[in-house]
Design a protein around this ligand. Structure first.
Ligand SMILES: NC(=O)N[C@H]1NC(=O)NC1=O
Length: 173
């Protein structure tokens, strides 16, 4: 797929293809579509990041709350989105030992209790050891800083998802 093909997409097609760049937040793609034509994929990526950065605090927290727990119930029940499942499996979160699993569950709960939104990290840029380490460290942060940390991770996740879509020769186009 090239950027010209992207610029030719209807609203429905665009949201269909890019609607989960930010987990369960198709509003991001729905908003960014209006900014066509994009000069490059970098410009599309920037439009997505700018939309996220300009959200008010409540919107940033809302985005974070749309993310599933890492190694949580959705992974166990098979109810993750396809994107999230691939990312969590890539980080080895489907193969935790029982001690690791209970540690992650405890840290997920502790984090949510402290900040009011789930711990978010770009799983494809980490593995289970670095995720557990980051969870422990970031639990110590101030809430305002932690919203920003989480949002930086959301942007990394969206960029990797965008690059995966670009690399795949989408048969719909
Ligand atoms: N909670 C959380 O970080 N979730 C995610 N991270 C990631 O890379 N994919 C996700 O669904």
């Amino acid at each position: 797929m090239d950027i010209r093909a992207v610029n030719d997409l209807s609203f429905e097609e665009f949201v269909n293809i890019f609607g989960n760049l930010v987990e369960k937040c198709p509003i991001v793609a729905a908003t960014v579509w209006s900014e066509r034509p994009f000069g490059s994929f970098t410009a599309l990526e920037k439009a997505i990041h700018d939309f996220i950065d300009h959200l008010p605090q409540s919107g940033k927290e809302g985005l974070l709350r749309c993310h599933p727990d890492l190694a949580g119930r959705d992974l166990q029940r098979g109810t993750l989105t396809q994107e999230s499942r691939v990312e969590q499996v890539a980080a080895g979160l489907d193969a935790l030992g029982s001690e690791e699993a209970s540690r992650m569950e405890r840290l997920n709960d502790e984090y949510k209790q402290r900040f009011g939104f789930p711990f978010v990290i770009c799983a494809r840029m980490n593995d289970k050891a670095t995720i557990l380490h980051q969870m422990t460290e970031r639990c110590q942060n101030e809430p305002a800083l932690e919203t920003l940390r989480g949002i930086e991770e959301v942007k990394k996740i969206s960029s990797l998802r965008l690059h995966s879509i670009i690399l795949v020769d989408t048969p719909r186009l």
